[in-house]
Design a protein around this ligand. Structure first.
Ligand SMILES: [Ca+2]
Ligand SMILES: [Ca+2]
Length: 153
């Protein structure tokens, strides 16, 4: 897999002889992608792709299981520039969480309970709200009101 600022996220599928086919785009071109990681975010057995951008919402690209079709689901906010992701079950609740290192914005953790377990439609506003609801800063002392507290006071 690769990203670049001109062509977005792309996959190089390997051939049996050890070479690679031409790159296949898997994300919309528009933002400037800056970081990419893979993890099975919805625990369906298919590896998904998380892409971070310069001043745009990060996205999870949910793999339909073929590795050829991905459903794009933005999450979080568009503050700063995401340059690093770490994926782990940070709160040990059985769901993968996403820690995001950003420049020009606070570093944040998106807990897996706020990310869709089943694939929502990208245009579903209630799913988007569900993703945003539990976004909270790692430095936040009061996660009961995460969206307010995520803003610098
Ligand atoms: Ca998956
Ligand atoms: Ca978790």
């Amino acid at each position: 897999m690769a990203i670049d600022e001109e062509r977005g996220a792309r996959v190089y599928y390997a051939r049996a002889n050890g070479t690679y086919r031409d790159a296949v785009p898997i994300d919309a071109v528009g933002g400037r992608p800056y970081v990419l990681v893979v993890a099975d975010m919805d625990a369906d057995g298919a590896v998904d792709v998380i892409v971070g951008y310069v001043r745009a919402q990060p996205v999870v690209l949910y793999n339909d299981g073929t590795g050829r079709a991905f459903e794009r689901v933005p999450f979080g906010d568009a503050d700063g520039s995401a340059y690093g992701f770490a994926i782990a079950d940070l709160d040990a609740d059985g769901t993968l969480d996403i820690a995001v290192a950003r420049s020009d914005a606070r570093n944040v953790v998106y807990f897996g309970t706020a990310l869709p377990v089943r694939k929502p439609m990208p245009s579903n506003p209630s799913a988007q709200q569900m993703i945003n609801r539990d976004a909270t800063s790692v430095a936040d002392e009061s996660p009961s009101n995460p969206m307010t507290d995520a803003r610098p006071s």
